[in-house]
Design a protein around this ligand. Structure first.
Ligand code: VG1
Ligand code: CO
Length: 582
C-alpha cells in the first residue's frame, strides 16, 4: 500500500468563484489556471462541517467533458489530504447528474459505507472542449445540490482562501478499471473505488417503472423510438436501459458515445441544438422518411430531457403537467398517489391547473433544482419540473433526463395496453391534445439573448423594475406594441420563502401579470460563463378547447411584441433577434 504525505499549498483568492444556478461554470482555460480548481474545492471542504468530510465517502464524477480527467485526479488528492476516507468514481469518471444523486442515496459499499456528498464535474448543457466550458458543483447527503446557505459560504471562503491541502505524492488512479486502490496517509487508510456507472441507477429505474410494460410497447412494430444523447453521458445509460434492458433496436440511438467535446455540438436538448433528432422526428425541413412515434434527447449531464412525438414537440411545461396527471395510473412508484407537485417560477401554469383539478399540494420555487430538495425531503412533493427541459421526482434530488423518457414511455404503454395488436396507437400528440382539451392550454415560449453585454443586461433589468411603479405607463407601452394584448394588472420581483426552512431568496425574476392570465417574466441566467444571458418567458392561457390548436408562436406574437417593447430589448442589448427560441 503506497503512503502519501499532506502538503499545504499557499494560494491567493481568485475573483468570481461564485456558484450560479447550478455550480461554478467557467471556460476550461480559467479552470486550468494554477490553483483555480484547488481553491474552489478547498473552499467547499471548508464550508462543510468536519463530520461531512473526515472519515467519510465522497463521489467524484461527471459528464466526461474535457478537463474532467485532470480534475478528478486533483480532487482525489485533495480529498485524501482533507481526511476523506473513500472516494467513489464512476468508471472513466462518468456519472450522469441524476445517477450521482442516486449513488449518494442508494449505493452501499462492500463495508456498508454510504456517501456523504459528491463533486459533480459538468457544465451541463454548455459546450465542452479545450476552448469551451468546464464546471463543478457540490451535492449534499440527500443527493441534492448544495442549498444557497452552503454555496454562499463556499463563495465567501473563495474570497479569503490562503492555502489548500493536497496529497501531492499520491499516484494517479486508473479510473478506467473497476476496482479499489488503497493508500495510507497521516490519518489512516484512504481508498479510491472505481465502480460501474450504471448499476445503481438502472436498479433504481427498475424499482420505479414497469419495465415489462415498456418492453412490450417497444416490441410493438408500430411503435418506433429514437433517443439522442448529443454525445453526453446519457449515452452510457441509454445503451444499458433502452437497448439491453428494454430491447430497443441499436439504430434507435443517436450520438450515444460520450465525447469530451460533445462532438463539437451544443449538448442542449431543444429544437435548436438537437438538430439530428429534430430532423428524424419530422420537425426539420424536407423530412422524407416516416418519423418514429417517439423521440427523446438529453443534455451533457443527462438531467435535461426533450420529449417529441411524430412531427410534434411537447413543451417541458406541458410535459411535467401531463406526467403529473398520469403518474398514478401509469407509474408503479406513484401508485399510492402524489404527495404534491412543484414547478419553477417561470414554468407555465399548466401544472397548477392539474394540481387544482386533482387536489394536490402545489409549490412555486425559484429557478434551479436546489429549491425542490427541501420540499421533497419534507415529503411535500413527488413530481416537479422546470420550463428549461428539466423534469423529475423524489426518487432522487436532481432532475432526471432518462427518468422523464421512461415516464413518457410508461404513459404511452398504459394508454396503449389494449391497442398493441390493433390498428392505431395512441400517440404523443393525442395525449397532449387530450390534455389541452381537459385542462386548457398554456401557450408558452422562451426567448434567450445569449452572451449580451453584462452592463446592458443589468440596465435592462433595472429599467423593468422601475417601470413597475407606473402601471398606466406600462399599459400605454404594451398597447402601443400591440393593441390585442390585455391589461397589465400587476408587476413584481419574485421573492421566495422556503416553507420548510424559512430561508428567503430575493431577486428571482421580474414578472408582469395580465388581466387575462397571461404573464411575462424576465430573468438573467445564472449558468453562463461569459457576458450575460437574458431570458424572456412568455405565457398565455387558453381555456376554450376550440382554440387550443393554434401555432404557439403565432398565438403569442402580440405578447412577444409587448415584451420586447417593455424591456427596450434592442436599445439595451443591440439585438434585434434572440439567440434561441424554445
Ligand atoms: C438554467 C435553467 C434552469 C436550470 C439550470 C441548470 O439556469 O433556466 O431552469 O435549473 O439551467 O440546468 P439559468 O440560470 O441559466 O436560467 V443544467 O441542466 O444546466 O444543470
Ligand atoms: Co444538465
Amino acid at each position: 500500500m503506497s503512503t502519501f504525505k499532506v502538503s499545504r499549498i499557499e494560494t491567493r483568492p481568485f475573483d468570481g468563484q461564485k456558484p450560479g444556478t447550478s455550480g461554478l461554470r467557467k471556460k476550461v482555460k480559467v479552470f486550468a489556471q494554477t490553483h483555480y480548481l484547488q481553491n474552489f474545492v478547498q473552499a467547499t471542504f471548508n464550508a462543510l462541517t468536519c463530520d461531512k468530510i473526515k472519515g467519510n465517502t465522497l463521489v467524484v464524477s461527471g459528464d466526461g467533458r474535457y478537463y474532467s480527467k485532470d480534475a478528478i485526479q486533483i480532487i482525489i488528492k485533495m480529498s485524501a489530504a482533507n481526511g476523506v476516507r473513500r472516494v467513489w468514481v464512476g468508471q472513466n469518471g462518468l456519472l450522469s447528474t441524476p445517477a450521482v444523486s442516486a449513488v449518494i442515496r442508494e449505493r452501499v459499499g462492500t463495508d456498508g459505507s454510504k456517501a456523504s456528498g459528491a463533486f459533480i464535474l459538468t457544465a451541463s448543457h454548455n459546450p465542452g472542449g479545450p476552448t469551451e466550458d468546464f464546471g463543478i458543483k457540490y451535492n449534499m447527503e440527500n443527493g441534492g445540490p448544495a442549498p444557497e446557505g452552503v454555496t454562499d459560504k463556499i463563495y465567501e471562503n473563495t474570497t479569503t482562501i490562503k492555502e489548500y491541502l493536497i496529497a501531492e505524492n499520491l499516484p494517479d488512479v486508473d479510473i478506467s478499471k473497476i476496482g479499489s486502490t488503497n493508500f495510507s496517509g497521516p490519518e489512516g487508510e484512504f481508498e479510491v473505488e472505481v465502480f460501474d456507472s450504471t448499476d445503481t441507477y438502472v436498479n433504481l429505474m427498475k424499482s420505479i417503472f414497469d419495465f415489462e410494460a415498456i418492453k412490450k410497447l417497444l416490441a410493438c412494430p408500430k411503435f418506433t423510438f429514437c433517443y439522442d444523447s448529443l454525445h453526453g453521458v446519457a449515452g452510457v445509460y441509454a445503451k444499458r436501459i433502452f437497448i439491453e434492458e428494454l430491447g430497443a433496436n441499436e439504430s434507435s440511438l443517436l450520438n450515444c458515445t460520450p465525447k469530451e467535446d460533445f462532438g463539437g455540438g451544443h449538448p442542449d436538448p431543444n429544437l435548436t441544438y438537437a438538430k439530428e433528432l429534430v430532423q428524424r422526428m419530422g420537425l426539420g425541413k424536407n423530412s422524407e422518411v416516416e418519423p418514429p412515434e417517439f423521440g427523446g434527447a438529453a443534455d451533457g449531464d443527462a438531467d435535461r430531457n426533450m420529449i417529441l412525438g411524430k412531427r410534434f414537440f411537447v413543451t417541458p411545461s406541458d410535459s411535467v403537467a401531463i406526467i403529473a396527471a398520469n403518474a398514478v395510473e401509469a407509474i408503479p412508484y406513484f401508485s399510492d398517489g402524489l404527495k404534491g407537485v412543484a414547478r419553477s417560477m417561470p414554468t407555465s401554469a399548466a401544472l397548477d391547473v392539474v394540481a387544482e383539478a386533482l387536489n394536490l399540494k402545489f409549490f412555486e420555487v425559484p429557478t434551479g433544482w436546489k429549491f425542490f430538495g427541501n420540499l421533497m425531503d419534507a415529503g411535500l412533493c413527488s413530481v416537479c419540473g422546470e420550463e428549461s427541459f428539466g423534469t423529475g421526482s423524489d426518487h432522487v434530488r436532481e432532475k432526471d433526463g432518462i427518468w422523464a423518457v421512461l415516464a413518457w414511455l410508461s404513459i404511452l404503454a398504459q394508454k396503449n395496453k389494449e391497442k398493441l395488436n390493433g390498428e392505431k396507437l395512441v400517440t404523443v400528440e393525442d395525449i397532449v391534445r387530450q390534455h389541452w382539451s381537459t385542462y386548457g392550454r398554456h401557450y408558452y415560449t422562451r426567448y434567450d439573448y445569449e452572451n449580451v453585454d453584462a452592463g446592458g443586461a443589468k440596465e435592462l433589468m433595472a429599467h423593468l423594475v422601475n417601470l413597475q411603479s407606473d402601471l398606466p405607463q406600462v399599459n400605454k407601452i404594451v398597447k402601443e406594441a400591440n393593441s390585442a394584448v390585455s391589461n397589465v394588472i400587476k408587476g413584481d420581483e419574485f421573492e421566495y420563502k422556503d416553507s420548510v426552512d424559512g430561508s428567503v431568496s430575493k431577486h428571482q425574476g421580474i414578472r408582469y401579470f395580465f388581466e387575462d392570465g397571461s404573464r411575462l417574466v424576465f430573468r438573467l441566467s445564472g449558468t453562463g460563463s461569459e457576458g450575460a444571458t437574458i431570458r424572456v418567458y412568455i405565457e398565455q392561457y387558453e381555456k376554450d378547447s376550440s382554440k387550443t390548436g393554434r401555432d404557439s408562436q403565432e398565438a403569442l406574437k402580440p405578447l412577444v411584441e409587448a415584451a420586447l417593447r417593455l424591456s427596450k430589448m434592442q436599445e439595451f442589448t443591440g439585438r434585434s433577434e434572440p439567440t434561441v427560441i424554445t
